[in-house]
Each structure stands twice: as structure tokens, then as C-alpha cells.
Design a protein around this ligand. Structure first.
Ligand SMILES: CC(C)(COP(=O)(O)OP(=O)(O)OC[C@H]1O[C@@H](n2cnc3c(N)ncnc32)[C@H](O)[C@@H]1OP(=O)(O)O)[C@@H](O)C(=O)NCCC(=O)NCCS
Length: 166
């Protein structure tokens, strides 16, 4: 990548950018694994205001590159709930950096495994960071739209958040 992205807590007013990053990330990186209808309906009834409510909970971190928000991660105790990177910023280690912060936020006030709902396209990335598959289901943090198949994954206790060898 041209330069390293900088990370900061999400703040009020970032909602539109987070909405756009989610939409563009999925449209650019998840296409081979979901139908065009699923991709088109991915955002369901979500609006930038939906993201403003999440930002106000205080656990979201965004990544900026050249003044543009290019990714973010969100968590709640015991779960990394969202991780999205814009296509042009993916594949350079930013997802790994944000995942480590998301896992740390999920561990805050929580003992035991960290859960997440991986999109099919991202399961390999999470495996690489120590998560293992524990089941299959549908995304549960959206708002309307077509059902999205996901893989339930878990990271044990104080498991790895840096890439596994191999
Ligand atoms: C999944 C995602 C967050 C990964 O972010 P990223 O910045 O591309 O990932 P990184 O560059 O940090 O990759 C870290 C390692 O994982 C590997 N990796 C990345 N994506 C992978 C994938 N889909 N499958 C297998 N391995 C993958 C990389 O090769 C890299 O390995 P290395 O350390 O040997 O080079 C990003 O591709 C994305 O936003 N995808 C679309 C949205 C999405 O599906 N989000 C997850 C919702 S649960």
C-alpha cells in the first residue's frame, strides 16, 4: 500500500462513511460467494443513522488513508460484530490490525472465547488469525434484506490474533 492507514476511535458523524465502507466492501470483495440479489440487498433497511447509534456505544475503531475512511471494526463483549475494508485498501494487513483491536475490545469485560459471524469469503482470513468454525447460520446483526449465510467462528481464551504460520 502507498502509506500505512492510521487508526482512531469512530466519532459522531462517521455514520455515512461506515455505511459506505460496508456497502462498497461487500460489493467489491464478497461477490464470488453471494448472489447478486444478496449483495444488492445487503444493507437492508440500514441507514447512516444505524451506524451513528453503534458509534455512540464507543467500541468502534476506524482506519483512515489519505483522509478517507477505508475500514472499521466493531465489537461488543464476547463478539467482534463487524469488520470491513474497502477493496483498494484490502490485502495489506489492515484487516489484521483492525481485527486485533476488535478482539481486544471484545475481551474487555468478557472472559472466554470470542465469537464472530464470518461471511463465507472472510472465513479463511479469520482461520489465519486463530478462529475456528463452530457452526453455520445467517447473519444476525443486519436490518432487513435477504438472509446472508455466515460461518459461526470462535477464538479460544487468549488465542492468537496474529496470523498463524503456513
Ligand atoms: C476480510 C477482510 C476484513 C480482510 O482484510 P484485509 O485487510 O484484506 O486482510 P489482511 O491484509 O490483514 O490479511 C491478513 C492475512 O489474512 C489473509 N487473508 C486475507 N483475506 C483472506 C481470505 N479471504 N481468505 C484467506 N486468507 C485471507 C491474507 O493473505 C493475510 O495473510 P498473510 O499474513 O499471510 O499475508 C477484507 O477482505 C474485507 O473487508 N472483506 C469484505 C468484507 C467482509 O467480508 N468482512 C468480514 C465480515 S465478517
Amino acid at each position: 500500500m502507498q502509506q500505512e492507514a492510521s487508526l482512531r476511535p469512530a466519532r459522531a458523524g462517521d455514520g455515512q462513511a461506515l455505511f459506505d465502507v460496508t456497502h462498497r466492501s461487500v460489493a467489491g470483495l464478497a461477490t464470488g460467494h453471494y448472489t447478486p440479489e444478496q449483495i444488492a440487498g445487503w444493507m437492508g433497511q440500514r441507514t447512516p443513522a444505524f451506524y451513528e447509534d453503534l458509534i455512540a456505544r464507543g467500541r468502534m475503531v476506524v482506519a483512515e488513508l489519505g483522509g478517507e475512511v477505508v475500514g472499521f471494526v466493531d465489537a461488543e463483549p464476547g463478539e467482534v460484530t463487524r469488520l470491513f475494508i474497502l477493496p483498494h485498501a484490502a490485502g495489506h494487513g489492515l484487516g489484521g490490525r483492525l481485527l486485533a483491536l476488535g478482539v481486544a475490545a471484545a475481551r474487555d469485560g468478557h472472559a472466554g472465547p470470542i465469537r464472530l459471524e464470518a461471511t463465507i469469503n472472510a472465513a479463511g482470513f479469520y482461520r489465519r488469525h486463530g478462529f475456528r468454525e463452530v457452526g453455520r447460520g445467517q447473519f444476525s446483526h443486519g436490518l432487513g434484506g435477504d438472509p446472508i449465510e455466515i460461518i459461526h467462528m470462535e477464538l479460544d481464551g487468549a488465542g492468537a490474533t496474529t496470523p498463524a504460520a503456513g
